[in-house]
Design a protein around this ligand. Sequence first.
Ligand SMILES: [Fe+2]
Length: 876
Amino acid sequence: MNEKTANLSQERVAYLEGLVSQGRTAAAVFTQCTQEDVDRIVKPMVLAGQKQAQYLARLAIEETKLGVMEDKVIKNMVATEFVYNYVKDKRTVGVIREFPDRGLIEMAEPIGVIFSLIPITNPTSTVLFKCIMAIKTRNAVIFSPHPNAWRCCREAVRIMYETAVKHGAPEGVFACLESHTLEDNAYLMRHKDVGLIDATGGPGAVKAAYSSGKPALGVGPGNTPVYLEKSADLNMAVVDIIISKTFDNGTICASEQTVVIDDEIYDAAVKKFADLGAHVCNSKETELLSCTVIDPNTGFMQPMAVGQRAIDIARFVGLSVKPNTKLLVTPIQGVGREHPLSVEKLFPVLAIYRAKSADEALKVCVDVNHAGGLGHTAVIFSRNDEIIRKFGEMMNAGRIIVNSPGSIGALGGVYNDMVPTFSFGCGTGGGNSTTDNVNVYHYLNIKRLARRTQPHMWFRIPNQIYFNVNAVENLRNFPSRSTIIVTSPPLEQIGHADIVRRYISPQTQVHVSVIPDAEPELKTVMDGVEALNFYKADQIIALGGGSVIDAAKMMKLKYESPEADFEELGAPFLDLRKRVVQYPTQKVNQARLVAISTTSGTGSEVTPFAVLFDKANGRKVTLADYSLSPDVAIVDPQFVMSMPKGLTADTGIDCLTHALEAAVSSYASPYTDSNAMQAIRLAFKYLPIAYEYPHDEEARNMMHNAACIAAIAFSNASVGVNHALAHAFGARFGIAHGRANALMLPHVIAYNAAVPAKFMPSPNQPGYVAHRKYAMIAELLGLGGHTVEEKVKNLIGAVEQLLDQLGMPRSIAALGISKGALEQAMPDLVKLAFADPSWLSNPRMPLVKELEELFWSAFHGRGLAKAVGAVQQQIS
Ligand SMILES: [Fe+2]
């Protein structure tokens, strides 16, 4: 009970409870019906409604005293025949739609008991329409008709109910309130067993429905503007407007209210209205109508005029009109309270407005639309498609009817292909939940069964990779008019650039652009672009380590697409396939990029990544896109034979880390695995030899290949948390990248092999497999072990042994960094590591506190036994 239902007697409450209980039981029984069952019931209901269309129309006229009998017959026919035509083949039970391509199935579930308000303007047609929808969707309905349309509605419900039950619908599926009070409505609207309120009625009923706190379908009032544009077929337009505005004496809320007419055709349109039976009022007559059919206090239409004939309205207010007058046309000069006839008038009084221009016409239509008709209906007559679209964009209306009658057009199915309805959703503008023509789908809870979909994966690499000693000779295969060699001072000095130059055709103009072999800066890149433009280069040969090749990638990007904005292109993303920023495809220049790597670590010669250091602004921008990948990669070990031991170890461990991280990445695939596993095998076998015996050509060659192969894996599978930690640590303490990786590597393997505190959402991988991947690697390396735990432990042991062999520092403490210094740096380190995109593909989602724990594990180094113990305890 609340204040609105406090006046209900116990008997009345018992009566209302009985209706709900009966509806609930019927709805429960109804859930057992199949699609075939409901379709078998719906068809005879439709036929019964059609058969009784005239009888029900007469009853409605007799009781409500408004509208036109002949038109009400048409309404009843549309509510049955047209609605049936729309719903007959629709699936509304069980699986209703399937989308195999998307792995989606939609299933329908009935609502249960619907409480439905029926308006006085379209009483029997609305009942017929809602009964058919309810049976089609297996719902029970309690109808509450307008008090002055109760008898005709009750009869319509009876006809539908008896036919439905006769053909298999459950007893009690429809009920009609015996009489109507606002208290009854309030009680039922708040009843816990009423699932939905379908309020077709005046603004009060709609507001009450939405205020009840229940899900509600409510339709708001209209105030349909019509733009009669100068290019329109005038004869058709005026006839359509008269048909529509006089249909059932204007009771359909979508009917035309104010016609805005272009100046050029205004006089002809007015004459046409008069010729076709309208009475065009003079200013005095318009004034008279303004203060009689519109309530001067509220500004709304007078109920006594609703649904009345034009001649009766004229007689009532004292206008002298011809006996066959079907419409009263009232010129108005504006919209709003000062122009009373600019509001909704559910009777055959039509305002017209003379517009001096299209802009003015559109503005006045917007004003009418906003004067009580938001979200409802708007109409345009025009042959100008541009104007039609502009009108459509400007109107806030669920239905924009083009070159056809507004009222019958909005009903759907007669003049257009909209869904037939007797309930017009008006969207949020009208305070409604939908802009749709309300239909069967609004009487269903539609469930979506979504199957797991396997996202498309990819494997992309440069289409030409030349490897082994003297692979550089392949430069001869690439004709060029103008080539720029991008390299670093030491490589220029030791003659590497000369070796390259030797294999470039003598006809080619060759220029060497020497850049500092350090972090590529924006200025370095832009200087390179200037040189490329100056020499009109068609080939760039990048000869160097990761930084030189990265710089060349960015030079090429900016040379080919000068509008490329590094800052914007460096925007973070979660999934390459769904990234917001797209790399430019329009090119003003074209140059082939040949990458010759002089270290065996980053693999930049095949990766789609480039890192730019914008020192002026203190920023680092990471670019990632396959358009950055070099066109040709040359993996020639002659350029790495002179690498010092420390660099050999650092870059070799970077290569191993790339492969180990790619192998367990959430983006790993059989394609990347094959490369990652082989790179790991090569690194374990040849890195110690290349380190101990720098002149061993085979070891150098194989490590050079391993770096490239690992890069192919991580170009497609990315890296993981090891890199996030190493990037942060290396940047903060100035430690070489490979060395920083080495400090973290055994700890990260143990971390990834344990049961995650937080799993990483990953549609690419079924289940958690990181520990099994590590075990597979241990098997590949022949490390022994019987269980997954033993194999992981052996892998960690083998990594540690390799690090020892390479003389790598085995703890942060061993680097001379104190506990206090690490403690002080920790907030920054954790922040940097967590902001690093590298971990996004890690198999385990790192919590911030775990990142901190990993840094501390790396600090202590040999405390690994604890981590390995955790692996043994947790994984299976
Ligand atoms: Fe790396």
